[in-house]
Design a protein around this ligand. Structure first.
Ligand SMILES: [Zn+2]
Length: 365
């Protein structure tokens, strides 16, 4: 990807390179000599500033830009990039992130939080998961590291440039969208670039009892996988979804981010790990062969075994024409469709595989 050269002198550029290198090890510190700037948002120690990161234009020339907040502590510390709304119909993430940012006290912080409050503005404008432009329709979870081609790829490239430049940690808030509900979990991809024990300890630091510890790079073009491969500890936090938004989901997701900021040392509080965690290593998507009305027989978080009935499809006369069952390896329901009808091939269930119960360790990040 091409990068714009800035007017910064060589000395400043060298400082930035050092900061970026430390950041990749997960311990970037805010530098007095190189104020963080993301688009028009320019960090000021002890303050919360707002701005936008331009990523393109609508057909009428209206700017397409990510709303940005930068909350800067008065003391040096890690830089944590937190974003939400990478999928435009996942409204819980932005609401949780708003709550986190508005509740932070920069005067009591060590380090910086960069919040990208709507990471995929074209999809959000369309009230859809992806950018509805027929030239695009690309899933942002499949667009990283991005490139200067289609709109979603360009946004991914812009985010990649900013995260690699400034951030020591990356957190991506997701939900099941407007017609799917997720069991809360933290997803991360162990790539070898971030020491595994340290990575596990940070994942536990969210205080979310279910972890999806991916070792197979199941989403090779997702932001989390790409940043982990670059040495930046990166996490996807899935909570809830469906309509209407559940205030308990927003609280849970916001609390997870705050606990992570404690774990990273940005805010005080000294979050302790939970007594134990359920760790899955893979997942299966279950779809329907027959179209019709959909009824779920399980809920997100339910434990299941192979062959367990998950849900049913009814034809227009009310006859059951299909019962979906849990595929081999199924252990826990990670997500369930909340939409009451589905044509063949509906994204109806996600089940986690490879489940183990992991007691808390004494590892501290
Ligand atoms: Zn999502």
């Amino acid at each position: 990807m091409r990068r714009q050269r800035t007017s910064r002198g060589p000395a400043i550029a060298a400082v930035l390179c050092v900061a970026a290198a430390i950041g990749r090890a997960g311990g970037a510190s805010a530098s007095d000599t190189a104020p963080i700037q993301v688009g028009t948002a320019r960090a000021v120690p002890g303050q919360t500033v707002r701005g936008t990161l331009a990523v393109g234009e609508a057909a009428d020339g209206t700017p397409v830009a990510l709303p940005i907040s930068i909350v800067s502590g008065t003391k040096a510390g890690p830089v944590v990039w937190v974003q939400a709304g990478a999928h435009g119909d996942e409204y819980g993430g932005p609401r949780a992130l708003q709550e986190v940012v508005r509740g932070l006290d920069p005067g009591a912080m060590s380090g910086t939080v960069i919040a990208a409050l709507i990471a995929n503005p074209p999809a959000f404008r369309g009230l859809q998961r992806v950018n509805p432009n027929l030239d695009d329709l690309a899933d942002m979870g499949d667009a990283f590291p991005g490139r200067e081609r289609f709109a979603t790829e360009r946004i991914a490239a812009a985010v990649t440039a900013q995260v690699k430049r400034w951030a020591g940690f990356f957190v991506d808030l997701h939900t099941g969208g407007d017609r799917f509900r997720q069991h809360p979990f933290v997803f991360y991809t162990v790539t070898g670039k971030v020491p595994a024990g340290r990575y596990d300890a940070f994942a536990r630091g969210f205080g979310v009892p279910t972890l999806w510890r991916d070792e197979s790079r199941v989403f090779p073009n997702d932001a989390v996988t790409n940043f982990a491969a670059a040495g930046i500890p990166a996490f996807l936090v899935e909570v809830g979804g469906g309509q209407p938004l559940d205030p308990a989901d927003l609280r849970l997701q916001a609390n997870a981010v705050r606990r992570f900021l404690e774990t990273a040392g940005v805010i005080s509080g000294g979050a302790a790990p939970l007594p134990s965690y359920s760790v899955v290593t893979g997942y299966r998507i279950v779809t329907n062969a027959r179209g019709g009305f959909f009824e779920a027989l399980v809920r997100p978080g339910d434990r299941v075994a192979e062959g367990a009935p998950l849900g049913r499809i009814f034809d227009p006369w009310g006859e059951v024409v299909e019962t979906m069952t849990a595929p081999a390896g199924s252990r826990i329901v990670l997500g369930v469709s909340t939409y009451p009808a589905a044509p063949t091939g509906g994204w109806l269930f996600e089940v986690g595989t490879g489940l183990s119960e992991s007691p808390a360790t004494t590892d501290r990040p």
